[in-house]
Design a protein around this ligand. Sequence first.
Ligand code: SF4
Ligand code: SF4
Ligand code: SF4
Length: 308
Amino acid sequence: MRRISRREFLRICTGATAGIGLLTALEPTIVNTLAQAAEGKPPVIWLQGSGCSGCSVSLLNTVSPSIEKVLLDIISLKYHNTLMASTGAKAYNFLAEMADKYAGQFVLVVEGGISTAAGGAYCYIAETEDEREISMLEALKHFGSKAAAVVAAGSCASFGGIPGAAPNPTGVVGVWEIIKDRPVVNIGCCPMHPDDFLGTLVYMLKYDDIPELDEYNRPKMFFPDIIHVGCPRCGYFARGIFAKNPGDEGCLAFVGCKGMVARARCHQRQWNNGTNWCIAAGAPCQACSEPTFPDECSPLYGRYRVSD
Ligand code: SF4
Ligand code: SF4
Ligand code: SF4
């Protein structure tokens, strides 16, 4: 089995393009990490708060290796509200059992924002045997305190996202506003990209460490620069050719493109296994990778709004 250095891991992550999916490029590393998981290394527990489950769907879009292999072997997923068969108090008991068994070792993945208004009463996610409802806020505090690290999967979990948009009556915030005493890694975008998520998780499991993060706790290897820098429509921008409508030829700046704000690699690895991405499809980038999404990125076809 080929071993891989951190430097090479980072090189593969930052260089992976739409032609070669990250998971395919990392195959030797994944096999290695897979073997570690089989040896009883820490599992992953996945909680869902205020969101649309689109980040889970995005993860399910990964094709190589198969999603079954990813969920069961590579990340050794033990608990996921919508993917697991058991429900109710039985499921919650299993969650508590796993968190106790792997206390201080497991990675807690959170999808969806954290509703804080009314003590978390707008988002209950489980029920105990004595019929006590558990809010996402309570679950995050409880299980977050037992985790080795927390990964916020997607814009909602990272920064509040759409559920946290103004006027935000349910008080939704990102995980890092609740968990202060251990690392929180934010995987931006709405939804998160499966490569960004799995690459981060494999790095954490393989090296037992957190990848280098930017000022918003996003892994620098996946959020290195603004999209505008590598955008294939940059030539139009330089020549002053601007689209009048979405889908037209030209730079999309005047139809609401926020690619000068969005730090992400969508132009490199694209979406849906390299099928396409927003700007190539003629749609302006909405900077869904940013903490300011969606409030300051609205209206979709209007200019980016700088807050006071
Ligand atoms: S980040 Fe987007 S896709 Fe993911 S749960 Fe939130 S709204 Fe859904
Ligand atoms: S389409 Fe957007 S990201 Fe691309 S060059 Fe124009 S402003 Fe920049
Ligand atoms: S191109 Fe912009 S809006 Fe589209 S997924 Fe990437 S960051 Fe989000």
